[in-house]
Design a protein around this ligand. Sequence first.
Ligand code: ZN
Length: 131
Amino acid sequence: MHINDAVFLEDLCPKFRLRQWRKSIHKFTGKSCIYCGKPSESIDHVLPRSQGGLSTTENCVPACLSCNGDKSDENALYWYRRQKFYDPRRAMAIRAWLEGDLRLALRLLQWANPNFQVRNTNYDNDEYKAA
Ligand SMILES: [Zn+2]
């Protein structure tokens, strides 16, 4: 019965859960685009939904509208390699993210951008303030 209850709760408030989840994705990178470092305004599916990509944290990264729109339905890693702002450290970060290793991904992002502050705490804190 406990499993059924959990499913029921999830069905009850999917919009709330989706909003919280989207927020948490942006928080991981301090609201910066994983590809170019500009402010992230959207969530990008690394493996596009049209190619079977799922809406899971591993497949969804914070992206600015420019990157998200330009990438469109392409595979993110192939697309990213052709960009003039390509940075191998960010490419490694994206790979780590895809493998579900967010800690490594954030460390690589910090390496790529020394101004980027990794926030290891308060991911669940709605009072989070961007620097
Ligand atoms: Zn971008």
